[in-house]
Design a protein around this ligand. Structure first.
Ligand SMILES: Nc1nc2c(ncn2[C@@H]2O[C@H](COP(=O)(O)OP(=O)(O)OP(=O)(O)O)[C@@H](O)[C@H]2O)c(=O)[nH]1
Ligand SMILES: [Mg+2]
Length: 319
């Protein structure tokens, strides 16, 4: 199951405490102060990774912690800084700070984004000596590392989105075009979580079937429509067994519009699926009906290789 939403706590490392110490050796019983500074706490960064499954580690690891700085020591010994922690987050993840409500998106693999700053190390007592106080008895404590509560939501950057009513053959098509092995069943809502496959370097996402009211959360609803918001092509699957092809088509278009009208502007390919189940005359009639609604209509069957081959170049027209 693809993990596409997680809430985590990120805690950067605390700064190490400064030390209170005085020189001691053969000559001096009580020398000047030589307590060293504490090290800075490690910061936590997010960095993009081209791996849509990378959020899954957070389903069991909910608290991410940076390394603490080490306390200062005697003889002006500085505490070591805590190591920074770089957390890999899938490209296309939206991060929301649940307290400040700030948001940002992970867009590439190159940018390191600072999420929580490590606490500054405290100064040792050596730094506090002055003309009036040669023996300061205090040092600074390290500052605590920043703590953030974050909501991470992966909006998949798929190139092609398979949409349609339940049972229209979306997952079957994904399994034919890509190396994905989605569950396929002769009943609605076989797919409960989005499936992804890679076809000629393009990511195809197969989402659960949409029904009337999906945009308002009905069925599996709007939870998955976000996965098609960024796709370049929508592949709209319509079961040729349907008694009312036009109604099916319009129902899905209406849900897209209600969710986000921009979705209607995307290039759409319409597939009349399972064409092997129809006699030639009926198929032609149904195909013609759809052609009045959209120019890019293809009748396909997974049992007819030629129909799939014919479709392929159209899927590749993503740019
Ligand atoms: N005869 C025939 N059956 C097909 C074809 N494509 C898919 N099917 C069958 O149609 C049924 C539904 O297929 P799925 O791929 O699970 O449909 P889906 O659109 O992913 O369904 P949901 O996940 O429920 O939305 C399965 O029984 C498939 O075997 C086809 O080209 N011809
Ligand atoms: Mg399915």
């Amino acid at each position: 199951m693809l993990v596409d939403e997680v809430t985590i706590t990120v805690r950067a490392g605390n700064g190490g405490n400064g030390s209170v110490n005085f020189k001691r050796n053969g000559q001096t019983a009580k020398g000047g102060p030589d307590g060293g500074n504490g090290g800075n706490g490690g910061s936590v960064y997010f960095q993009g990774v081209n791996d849509i499954t990378a959020l899954s580690v957070f389903s069991y690891k909910k608290v991410i912690e940076g390394e603490d700085g080490v306390n200062g020591g005697r003889q002006n010994l500085y505490g070591r800084n805590g190591k920074d922690l770089i957390v890999k987050v899938p490209i296309g993840t939206f991060v929301t700070d649940l307290i400040s409500k700030e948001t940002f998106e992970i867009i590439d693999e190159d940018t390191k984004i600072l999420v929580a700053s490590g606490g500054k190390g405290g100064r040792g007592n050596n730094e506090f000596k002055s003309a009036t106080n040669q023996t300061p008895m205090y040092a600074e404590p390290g500052e605590p590392g920043e703590v953030k509560k974050l909501f991470l939501e992966l909006k998949l950057v798929a190139d092609i989105g398979l949409i349609g009513l339940p049972n229209s053959g979306k997952s079957t098509l994904l399994s034919i075009l890509t190396n994905a092995h989605p569950k396929i069943g002769d009943y609605p809502f076989t797919t409960l979580e989005p499936n992804l496959g890679v076809y000629n370097g393009l990511i195809i996402s197969d989402i659960p079937g949409l029904i009337e009211g999906a945009s308002k959360g009905k069925g599996l609803g709007d939870k998955f429509l976000k996965h098609v918001e960024k796709t370049k092509i929508l592949v709209h699957c319509i079961d040729s067994n349907s008694q009312d092809i036009k109604k099916d088509y319009k129902l899905i278009r209406k849900e897209l519009e209600d969710y986000n009208p921009e979705l209607l502007k995307k290039r759409e390919i319409v597939l009349l699926t399972k064409k092997d189940t129809q006699d030639e005359k009926t198929l032609k009639e149904k195909l013609n009906l759809l052609k009045k609604l959209n120019k890019r209509v293809f009748a396909i069957s997974v049992f007819d290789d030629a129909s799939i081959s014919y479709l392929r170049p159209y899927l590749e027209e993503v740019s």
